[in-house]
Design a protein around this ligand. Structure first.
Ligand SMILES: NCc1[nH]cc(CCC(=O)O)c1CC(=O)O
Length: 309
């Protein structure tokens, strides 16, 4: 990139575009003279809405997840973009050496939300209700908290999924609060979708553990692009960066050994990081939960990992 112009790469979903716009606004405020160009890139995850998300990586041979990020990395590599805007929870915890996450936006809420056709929350869903999600983390926790529920795979971007819960196949679905809020939904009200009234029930993170990095937007750049590093540092939100660094490090340590569903979240109070995790064994059974505290994100992650290992 030049210091006159930066090309940002984004997926084309409504949420991705909303996040690209937040990024452009932040860049515009920090660098009024900088020309910001937007390049929309389709990823494997956007093309393959026909297969369950957990299968996309296998079918398409995309290693280490990366189903929503690989094409953006290819564009970074090719120099067609200088900065990739990602939902951080979709970014693999291990990047090639020539890439880096140089900064993040201020985090949106981290909770998961149950979207239902009858008012109420997870406790009041009728026995045997069907809940749509494509996340193994959400599926495991749902069935652990409510073994009577039926979890059904559900793909598509946020507006598509809202439309699906309004239909007949699902009594409820789960979505990230961050995505809903960034798309302008007001969770304190009911909402009419396809003439059906939908209710939003955010689940406290201590009840339903979010994904590492949930609600955060991360900026990936070429590690040797000093100009890109500098502009990203200028719009970085340090408190969010500390929290997501801890969460992603915890996930990275776990992934070294196995591929298990995990929920993890942090809080930051002054300089003190508190991290809690819920890890489901691969073979099924009761999850392990743990908590660690400290001031260094990598150390907190390591301590929690070791206490659960
Ligand atoms: N590809 C799924 C994805 N990646 C990021 C978000 C929402 C925003 C976030 O959690 O940061 C979503 C949708 C969802 O989980 O409901």
């Amino acid at each position: 990139m030049t210091m006159e112009q930066v090309v940002i790469g984004t997926r084309g979903s409504a949420l991705a575009l909303a996040q690209a716009e937040l990024t452009e606004t932040a860049l515009g405020m920090a660098f009024p003279a900088l020309q910001v160009v937007r390049e929309i890139i389709k990823t494997t995850g956007d093309r393959r809405t026909d297969v369950a998300l957990s299968q996309v990586a296998k079918v398409e041979g995309v290693l280490d997840k990366g189903v929503f990020t690989k094409e953006l990395e290819l564009a970074l590599e090719a120099g067609t973009i200088d900065l990739a805007v990602h939902s951080l929870k979709d970014v693999p915890t291990v990047l090639a050496d020539h890439f880096a996450i140089a900064g993040v936006l201020e985090r949106a809420p981290i909770r998961d939300v149950l979207v239902t056709k009858v008012p109420g929350g997870l406790d009041t869903l009728p026995a045997g209700a069907t809940v749509g999600t494509s996340s193994v983390r959400r599926a495991k926790q749902l069935l652990w908290l409510r073994p009577d529920l039926e979890v059904i795979d559900l793909r598509g971007n946020v507006p598509t999924r809202l439309s699906k819960v309004a239909g007949e196949d699902y009594d409820a679905i789960m979505l990230a609060e961050a995505g809903l809020v960034r798309l302008g939904h007001d969770l304190s009200k009911t909402e009419l979708v396809d003439d059906v009234e939908l209710h939003f029930a955010p689940l406290a993170e201590e009840v339903f553990y979010p994904a590492a990095g949930q609600g955060a937007v991360g900026f990936e750049i070429r590690a040797d692009d000093a100009d890109a590093v500098a502009i990203v540092k200028a719009i970085n939100h340090p408190a969010t960066f500390v929290r997501v660094t801890a969460e992603r490090e915890f996930l990275r340590l776990l992934e070294g050994g196995c591929h298990t569903p995990v929920g993890v979240f942090t809080a930051l109070d002054g300089g003190l990081i508190t991290m809690q995790a819920r890890v489901f064994p691969e073979q099924g059974g009761e999850p392990r939960t743990g908590k660690a505290e400290g001031c260094d994100p990598l150390e907190v992650a390591k301590e929690l990992f070791e206490s659960l290992a």
